[in-house]
Design a protein around this ligand. Sequence first.
Ligand code: CA
Length: 229
Amino acid sequence: MAHGQPTILLVEDEAAQRAVLAYNLAAEGFTVLEAADGEEAMMMAEEALPDLVLLDWMLPHISGIEVCRRLRARENTRKLPIIMLSARSEEVDKVRGLETGADDYMVKPYSVSELMARVRKELRRTRPASVGEALHYEDIELDGETHRVHRAGAEVKLGPTEFRLLSTLMEKPGRVWSREQLLDRVWGRDIYVDTRTVDVHVGRLRKALSQHGGDDPIRTVRGAGYALG
Ligand code: CA
């Protein structure tokens, strides 16, 4: 069940290593997609738009470096955080030298806890609320750790769906989200929900946010979706 948690695409051809990593990522609360080679990785990245890719260097057919280049060349995945995993330190030098655009890299054998820390570090940049960071937008404060929301100092009580909806909007103020994108992010990709459900929950969120007064911060963009501000 995705439940709007960050989705990590794990690309590793060695099944045993993949299983250990998938287990640890799931234990951290992430939704994990697994790919055993570069082609599968490209397909899944394109289809599922994950929040981060853990990418092994040595893969059959298309190398990890090539996958990284291709992801960087595509509009949808250009800014996707990528952490390369490589077997030897010389490969890491190449990761640096080739400027493939990986955000970070780790040499095998790596410590799983360090890898998790680096995953969280990347997500802090792109999905701050999901890793327990506090978000601010005008007079609204959202604490990703305690799941509490305040507006102008007063606590705003939100249901779990409204909380995830607000944190998604607050992670990228001004960005216009389509109903489908909000469904993927807030409800999860593997759950079928009608897009009108989004409207219902946006309505509830608006009501909750203005229960103590204050303007409606959520903008309806006709034919497109919703944005904060
Ligand atoms: Ca490998």
